[in-house]
Design a protein around this ligand. Structure first.
Ligand code: DC
Length: 240
């Protein structure tokens, strides 16, 4: 039988359990890039930051003191976190409830870096991330994806941008949540979080040796996307 394949855009290209790992500091543009890339390639999108945020939200809801590592870690096996890929967004479910907006609020943002330093919390999240990605084409975004979660990822990207640019982006995101913060406060918040994420003992934010560095301060969104898509295609065709 003659099989005629119509190749219409990226979604028709066959990929086989390909993992694209995107790491980088807060507000470096990872999320928008990873989400859009996943939609255009028809890959599963795993936002690992959203998972740490959902865990943090549950800790806060239960009034567990954030500093109490043992108590925070003890709820790990009961917390039900699911990521649902919608056509143009990611829905984050915590114990059956949509918390996509709640996890972006201030109190979660202020406490998530602390909670993500805890070994047992990380082990649980990494376990889930690997289960989600099993036998799938995936775009996975976070801090330790290329170094710890998927050290054999097919493509590793490390995204950075100037602090002022990152703060402007964060300010825009916050405005959409009706939160108004001045740039200097945002710069301070981002620096504090980067500091905690980069200097923690377990799985710190670090560029994997084989990760490609993208500084998107002066790069358009379309340019970044095109660059990563070309890399993915070249890798898939064995040209890289
Ligand atoms: O990407 P984000 O800002 O939503 O991530 C929230 C926090 O979660 C971030 O400050 C550090 C933590 N995190 C982590 O430790 N490891 C990851 N793979 C992803 C996020």
């Amino acid at each position: 039988m003659l099989l005629i394949a119509l190749i219409i855009g990226d979604k028709e290209i066959k990929y086989n359990n390909m993992i694209i790992a995107i790491d980088g500091p807060s507000a470096s543009g990872k999320s928008t890039t990873a989400l859009t890339l996943s939609k255009e390639l028809d890959f599963l999108y795993i936002d690992t930051g959203a998972m740490y945020r959902a865990y943090t939200l549950e800790v806060l809801k239960l009034n567990i003191p954030v500093e109490d590592e043992e108590k925070v870690s003890s709820i790990g096996s009961e917390v039900d976190i699911r990521l649902i890929n919608n056509s143009d967004s990611l829905k984050v479910m915590l114990n059956g409830k949509d918390v996509s907006k709640e996890i972006r609020m201030n109190d979660v943002t202020e406490n998530v870096s602390k909670i993500s330093t805890y070994r047992d919390v990380r082990e649980r999240m990494v376990e889930l991330q690997r289960i989600y990605a099993n036998n799938q084409n995936v775009v996975c975004e976070g801090r330790d994806i290329g170094t710890v979660v998927f050290p054999n990822a097919n493509i590793k990207i490390f995204m950075i941008a100037d602090i002022e640019e990152r703060a402007r982006r964060r300010q825009k995101d916050l405005k959409m949540l009706n939160i108004n913060k001045d740039i200097d406060t945002i710069i301070k918040d981002i620096n504090t979080r980067d500091e905690l994420d980069s200097n923690r003992e377990i799985s710190p934010l670090k560029r994997a040796e084989d990760a490609i560095l993208i500084d998107d301060t002066n790069m358009s969104f379309d340019e970044q996307l095109k660059f990563i898509k070309e890399l993915t295609l070249a890798k898939n065709e064995g040209k890289l």
